[in-house]
Design a protein around this ligand. Sequence first.
Ligand SMILES: *[C@@H]1O[C@H](CO)[C@@H](O)[C@H](O)[C@H]1NC(C)=O
Ligand SMILES: *[C@@H]1O[C@H](CO)[C@@H](O)[C@H](O)[C@H]1NC(C)=O
Length: 208
Amino acid sequence: MNNLTIFFTFSLLVSLSHAIEFDFCVGDLNLPRGPQGYACKDPANITTDDFVYTGFRGERTTTSNLFRNNVTLAFVDAFPALNGLGISMARLDFGVGGVIPIHSHRTSEVIILATGSIIAGFIDTTNTAYYRRLEVGDVMIFPQAMLHFQVNVGTTPATAFVSLNGANPAIQRTTTLFAGNLPADIVEQITLLSNEEVMRLKRIFGTA
Ligand SMILES: *[C@@H]1O[C@H](CO)[C@@H](O)[C@H](O)[C@H]1NC(C)=O
Ligand SMILES: *[C@@H]1O[C@H](CO)[C@@H](O)[C@H](O)[C@H]1NC(C)=O
């Protein structure tokens, strides 16, 4: 074997180490978290309940935020059995006119529309937008890390479910520019937005 082969073999063994050592590794959220995820909950304490997530049940209100959405995440923190398995889900509810503002994840995302009618899309690194009106049952994929969004274009609320190929795919919104600690003058320089507009957006998304 040449060095490259050894390297890739080793990388594969490291990334599959969970799969080799255990059938599963339900995360113990009380233990420290590493780059591969949480340490495993003691198998003696694992029951079927660990593998069932019931958080998608019921109705959602979509009136309490500006974007008229309600997002329920079944990521590893809410569903620790996902730990190490490279998969997660979320439920997206849209009021009439509701949107999920443009954002990205560390992973790819596949969406299926359960009720209503939405426009879903993503934008690639050449500025090409791929977007389409989805009807119930339609599925669309947003490739890894691409900025993507959804808009309810129907006359009723809409609900969609997504799955992401990471247990902790994270959400990075472009509104992060205004939500965090980056000073307004730097935001202005790196976006060409006016001070007035930056302060308006900081009031909406941040703590200014
Ligand atoms: C199982 O959980 C109980 C209650 O949380 C705890 O007291 C006990 O130490 C756990 N058992 C094992 C084997 O970890
Ligand atoms: C989402 O819907 C649930 C159930 O109606 C509600 O308790 C919760 O506050 C809503 N969250 C947002 C952000 O609107």
